[in-house]
Design a protein around this ligand. Sequence first.
Ligand code: NAP
Length: 285
Amino acid sequence: MIVIMGATGTIGSALLERLVDLGVPARALSREPEKLRDQIGEKGRSTIEVAFADASDPESLRRAFTGASQVFLAMTNSPRQVELETSIIQIASEAGIKHIVKISSPAFEQSSPVAVASWHQEIEKTLSESGLAHTVLRPYAFMQNLLRLAPTITTQNVFYGCMGDSPCNFIDCRDIADVAAKVLTNREVSGQIYTLTGSEIFSYPQIASKLSALLNRPISYINMEPQILLRNLIEHGHMPPWLANHVVEIQTMSTVVPESPNDTVKRLLGREPRTLDAFLHEYFR
Ligand SMILES: NC(=O)c1ccc[n+]([C@@H]2O[C@H](COP(=O)([O-])OP(=O)(O)OC[C@H]3O[C@@H](n4cnc5c(N)ncnc54)[C@H](OP(=O)(O)O)[C@@H]3O)[C@@H](O)[C@H]2O)c1
């Protein structure tokens, strides 16, 4: 049995859909199981079992892991991420889980520290030391993050950032989910660390051009000083400071450490990754 943690999340919900299509049984967990049942709908009911679990509640994890052999682990970023994922790994080990697939993030160089990436490094270290078989997926920025730019695009025809014209990797979360399904169902490709990207890199000014063509009106990217973006995200975007700091750190990092795409998704799935053009067409038109 495969246990899915983060089943209501961006990657986890796409993974569940993939497993349903493949007819692979799984136990999906949430702190809100009723909401998760609605998400799965009729189609998944025969193969997907839904259970309550809260990573802050060890007993709920023990119940959820009983009789399972694999855990897929995607957890919302929060200042408690290291503590919660460490507890999950420890309880999974005690429960006899054989393989964990962890969603991590790229390991960035010290020249541009990213706090959330260092949390993932710490969790990866715990996973290595646990003795459990594990596969680590390190995706670059999700295309789905671009949906957060929609409000100012709709109301002001602009979006903001601090990454200048640096090109970045973007990956569609559905490709991450397809890779996760592959490593959960195919032992030959598990047990590795995979850095995941799309097939091309794009800068924010290039995305503004694409959106202008798609929406048939001028959309502009406004570049800001990192400290001004940080203040705006906290004061006007009402983001908690640690999250605003993460957005600024990750964008600053892309101006310092050049990014390039790799062919990991294609090697694992035998097809090209989903494209940014297709994503923008699907969600912004
Ligand atoms: N966004 C990016 O560009 C990017 C890039 C690289 C890596 N990542 C990594 O991707 C991960 C997030 O993946 P995602 O976006 O798919 O996740 P997400 O949409 O943020 O949702 C993750 C899940 O976390 C679960 N969760 C939160 N607190 C929980 C708790 N106490 N107990 C049990 N479950 C809990 C939620 O489940 P319920 O609410 O249903 O309980 C939810 O389903 C992060 O670790 C992030 O660092 C993101």
